[in-house]
Design a protein around this ligand. Structure first.
Ligand SMILES: [Zn+2]
Ligand SMILES: [Zn+2]
Length: 367
C-alpha cells in the first residue's frame, strides 16, 4: 500500500467542484480511492456521502475522521460556476491522505472515515445522522482550513468554536386601504420598519458574541397608492452558545409580536426546521489535540482556540449524540482573501500539517 500525496489529491479534487448533494464525481473519486487502499466502503450514505472503515484486532473506540465535500455556486460574468472557495477539497485531501497513512496501523477499535455531502447547504450532517452511521461513534475529529485573518500559515488551532446560526422570517400582516386614507388601514411596512428598529435594541450578555440583523425585506410593490397589508423581514441570527440562541429567538418573537400589535398589525416569526447548533467540542479531547499539535508542528505553531461567528453542520453530530466526543481543528494555510471568495487561494504546502495531526491523533486512540 502506498501512502497518498495530499497535494496530488487536492489537485484532482479541485478540478471537480460540485455543490451540496451533487458531489457525484467527488464521492466516486474518494470511495474508489478508499477501496483501493483496502477500506470497506459504503457509498451513497444519506445521498452522496461516503464511509470507509477498517478495524483493529483488539476492542477499542470507534473514531471517525470527517471531511466535507461540497463546493460553492457562483455567477461570474453571467456564467454559473462551482468553485471550491471554502476549501472542502483540501479537507477531503487531508482525510484521504491520513486514511492511506493509517491503513495497517490500527491495532484496536475502529477507524471510520466520513466524506460528508452538503455542508454549505447545512443539512448534509443531518442526512448522515438519519442513516444511523454515527450512532456508535465515540470520537469524531473534523478540520477546516483557516483564512489568513484567523491564524498564520503553518500553525494549527486545537478548536474552531463555531456559532449557532439560523434565520427567522417575520411576516407582518396589516390591512389594505386607499393611500389617501391611511387611517382606515394598517400599514404593514411601517410595522415592519418599527420591528427592525426595535430588534436593534435587543440586549444579550455582552460577553457572548451574537448578532441579529435584517438581511431581506419585502413589502408592498403592488401599487403606489395602496397601503400595503403584508411585509416580510428576514433576520440572520448568530450566537456563540445554544442557550443564548434560544434567548435571542424568544426576544425576537416578543419584539416582533408586540411591536406589530402596537401598530394594529400581527406578526408571525417563522424559523427553519432545525437551527445550526453552536460548537459542542469536548474539552478533554481539545486539550489532547493541543498537545498533539505541539508534537506535530512544535509549540510555537500552536495557534489559539478560535471563536467563529460562522456555522458548521459538524456540530449536529455531538448535539444529536451527547456521548460523542468531538474536536475540530483549524489548519493555517494562509487562505486569502477569505473563505467564500471566488478567488480564495492558499499555500497547499500547509496541508501536510493537517494530515500529520490526524494520523498522530488517531494513533493515540487506536494505535
Ligand atoms: Zn463554507
Ligand atoms: Zn467550509
Amino acid at each position: 500500500m502506498t501512502v497518498l500525496n495530499v497535494k496530488d489529491i487536492y489537485q484532482d479534487l479541485h478540478q471537480i467542484p460540485e455543490v451540496g448533494f451533487q458531489e457525484f464525481k467527488t464521492s466516486a473519486y474518494l470511495a474508489d480511492a478508499l477501496e483501493k487502499i483496502g477500506y470497506k466502503v459504503t457509498r451513497n450514505v444519506g445521498g452522496t456521502g461516503v464511509i470507509g472503515e477498517i478495524k483493529g484486532s483488539e476492542p477499542g473506540p470507534v473514531l471517525m475522521l470527517r471531511a466535507d465535500m461540497d463546493a460553492l455556486p457562483f455567477v461570474i460574468n453571467g456564467e454559473h460556476k462551482n468553485i471550491h472557495a471554502c476549501g472542502h477539497d483540501s479537507h477531503c485531501s487531508m482525510v484521504l491522505t491520513a486514511a492511506s497513512e493509517l491503513y495497517g496501523k490500527i491495532k484496536r477499535g475502529t477507524l471510520r472515515i466520513l466524506f460528508q455531502q452538503g455542508e454549505e447547504v447545512l443539512n448534509g450532517a443531518l442526512s448522515i445522522i438519519k442513516t444511523g452511521a454515527i450512532e456508535d461513534v465515540d470520537i469524531m475529529l473534523g478540520l477546516h482550513i483557516r483564512p489568513i485573518q484567523d491564524i498564520p500559515y503553518g500553525t494549527l488551532s486545537p478548536a474552531v468554536k463555531h456559532s449557532s446560526s439560523t434565520f427567522a422570517k417575520v411576516v407582518v400582516k396589516g390591512q389594505n386601504c386607499h393611500g389617501s386614507r391611511p387611517h382606515l388601514g394598517v400599514n404593514a411596512i411601517e410595522a415592519a420598519a418599527a420591528i427592525i428598529t426595535s430588534v436593534a435594541a435587543i440586549k444579550i450578555n455582552p460577553n457572548i458574541a451574537w448578532s441579529c440583523k435584517p438581511t431581506i425585506i419585502k413589502g408592498g410593490g403592488v401599487a403606489t397608492n395602496i397601503i400595503p397589508d403584508t411585509a416580510e423581514v428576514t433576520f440572520d441570527i448568530r450566537s456563540q452558545t445554544n442557550e443564548d440562541m434560544t434567548l435571542l429567538l424568544d426576544k425576537l418573537r416578543c419584539v416582533a409580536e408586540n411591536v406589530a400589535a402596537a401598530y394594529g398589525a400581527a406578526a408571525e416569526v417563522i424559523l427553519p426546521d432545525s437551527i445550526i447548533p453552536a460548537a459542542m467540542l469536548d474539552e478533554e479531547l481539545t486539550a489532547e489535540a493541543a498537545e498533539c499539535i505541539k508534537e506535530v508542528v512544535g509549540e510555537d505553531k500552536l495557534a489559539p482556540e478560535l471563536n467563529n461567528p460562522g456555522g458548521e453542520d459538524f456540530h449536529y453530530y455531538a448535539k444529536t449524540y451527547p456521548k460523542l466526543k468531538s474536536a475540530y481543528i483549524g489548519v493555517g494555510v494562509g487562505a486569502e482573501p477569505g473563505l467564500h471568495d471566488p478567488n480564495m487561494h492558499f499555500n497547499t504546502d500547509g496541508l501536510q500539517n493537517g494530515v500529520d495531526f490526524l494520523v498522530k491523533m488517531t494513533l493515540k486512540k487506536l494505535g
